[in-house]
Design a protein around this ligand. Structure first.
Ligand code: AMP
Length: 120
């Protein structure tokens, strides 16, 4: 499957859809999730066209990887998550329940998270 140029995060990166970045470099952006699941719910995305963690881990440059991890560190500190912790989630492909086909990491915090998985 090729990268979908019209996915919502591609549009945000291009500036087609307005978005208030809380952190940005030439390789990465971070912004609040539009439908927060916790008091803090930030998405960290690379600007490169990677569909999933699978692709990003295998194909990103050292600089892209570094910027991505620095963005996560910035968000954690900026949102005051250092002391009590947080949850980082990366839904991947169909079994992982990924909805937007552009790699993103959810950073959730600000309260105690419920159990991670609920089996139906
Ligand atoms: P996932 O299910 O892991 O692909 O998560 C996609 C996330 O993107 C969801 O938590 C959505 O609420 C979020 N989302 C979708 N559109 C936007 C948007 N325009 N701005 C911020 N977050 C968005």
């Amino acid at each position: 499957m090729t990268y979908d140029q019209n996915n919502i995060f591609a549009k945000i990166i291009r500036g087609d859809i307005p978005c208030n970045f809380i952190y940005e470099t030439e390789h990465v952006a971070a912004f609040d999730d539009i439908a927060p699941q916790a008091p803090v719910h930030v998405l960290v995305i690379p600007k490169g066209q990677y569909k999933s963690l699978t692709e990003f881990s295998a194909q990103a440059s050292a600089e892209e990887l570094e910027h991505f991890h620095h963005a996560i560190a910035h968000v954690i500190k900026d949102k005051g998550l250092t002391e009590n912790g947080y949850r980082a989630i990366c839904n991947t492909d169909s079994h992982g329940g990924q909805e937007v086909p552009h790699f993103h990491m959810h950073i959730l915090g600000g309260e105690k998270m419920p159990p991670m998985l609920v089996k139906s």
